[in-house]
Ligand binder design. Structure first.
Ligand code: TXA
Ligand code: MG
Length: 340
């Protein structure tokens, strides 16, 4: 199979959207951009199509998918009951990087939800993809468009590199501006619970809802989102994260760690804010000013760029685990490990 890359600039947009929407309706697989990362989409109501998504990703069948919708009404068509807080959250954050876990009705096939009574729904904040979803006219099940275990793709080329020959098309909408996956919030538990942190933070949610929001990771009594138990987001090289410290101490720690790795003959990569460039002999990938937004936006592309450059070990400075930094540190912790 040849994988088509469908461009979305000016004159190409209309025909690419039509082609992608038609493929989805026919039960084919189309990768598409969102504000977070690229998704690998299939008609959520077509079991065979959804099953193929698991196959091409090498994704375990017990890891359910997010259903992407083009408006709030389409989400409600899949729901058994509308849970408390749904309305407020959707009004505030949709379209946007917030996925809601709700109970589903008989319209949703088991293969999408891995047999759970709940389904994840999300309305992405991406002009082209909302139009794609509208034209497709069906809800679209889509995990991130990477081979399972690899960092999520944030541009069409990366999707193509991972999945060429195995899917029908990639809709090329440029780079994703958020860069890490959506916040997953469970609305079916007594207390709304974050199953996967993202750029919609606990603080944001508590502000809007005026109620306590729990975090699954912090409370062992609640199971994590099924997907969170798997090794994730990992580059091929070892990723070592240096714990938080001030800039002067961080420069010293990076310089020393890089020197030690280089002395043992390993090719070293550094994924860091611009101000840490040049701490010894390394291939550098920039996290720009090093705000939590910069980290999120450039993290996965940076991990992949350093892998492509052939490094064997990569270093990255930690950031403070508050707000969006919580989500960034969650991904860094899964992609690598924090060292001395
Ligand atoms: O930003 C995103 O969310 C991207 C874009 C493409 O929308 N999608 C994404 O999908 O990250 P995926 O499949 O890589 O991650 C979905 C997460 C997994 O951790 C999965 O276990 C969880 O959502 N999930 C899906 N359905 C669930 C459910 N019914 N209950 C609990 N967790 C669920
Ligand atoms: Mg994923």
């Amino acid at each position: 199979m040849t994988t088509r890359i469908l461009p979305t600039d000016g004159e190409h947009l209309a025909s690419s959207l039509l082609a992608a929407a038609t493929l989805l309706r026919e039960g084919k697989l189309v990768a598409f951009p969102t504000e977070t990362v690229y998704g690998l989409g299939a008609n959520a109501l077509d079991e065979a199509a959804v099953r193929r998504v698991y196959e091409v990703k090498g994704r375990p069948l017990d890891n359910p998918m997010i259903v992407h919708v083009h408006d709030q009404a389409q989400a409600r068509e899949l729901m058994q009951v509308v849970p408390a807080y749904f309305e407020e959250l959707v009004n505030e954050y949709w379209p946007g990087p917030l996925t809601l876990i709700v109970t589903h009705n008989a319209a949703v096939p088991d293969v999408v939800t891995a047999g759970l009574a709940t389904v994840a729904v999300r309305l992405p904040d991406h002009r082209i993809t909302r139009e794609l979803l509208r034209q497709a006219g069906v809800p679209v099940a889509a995990p991130s468009a990477n081979v399972s275990g690899r960092p999520s793709p944030t541009d069409a080329r990366t999707v193509y590199d991972d999945l060429q020959g195995r899917i029908e098309a990639v809709l090329d909408g440029g780079s994703c501006h958020v860069g890490i996956e959506s916040t997953v919030l469970d609305l079916t538990s007594a207390v709304p619970t974050i199953l996967r942190p993202g750029t919609v933070t606990r603080e944001d949610l508590e502000d809007v809802l005026q109620t306590h929001v729990a975090e699954a990771g912090a409370d062992a009594a609640r199971p994590l989102s099924p997907g969170m138990k798997y090794r994730h987001y990992a580059p091929r090289a070892d990723l070592l994260v240096l714990p938080l410290r001030d800039d002067v101490a961080m420069r010293e720690a990076l310089t020393e760690a890089i020197a030690v790795s280089a002395a043992s003959g390993r090719r070293v990569g550094l994924l860091a804010p611009e101000r840490f460039r040049g701490c010894g002999e390394h291939t550098f990938s920039s996290l720009r000013d090093g705000t939590s937004v910069d980290y999120a936006r450039h993290l996965y592309a940076g991990l992949r760029a350093l892998d492509d450059a052939g490094v064997e070990v990569m270093y990255c400075p930690a950031i403070e685990s508050v707000g969006i930094g919580t989500a960034v540190m969650n991904r860094l912790g899964k992609a690598g490990r924090v060292v001395g």
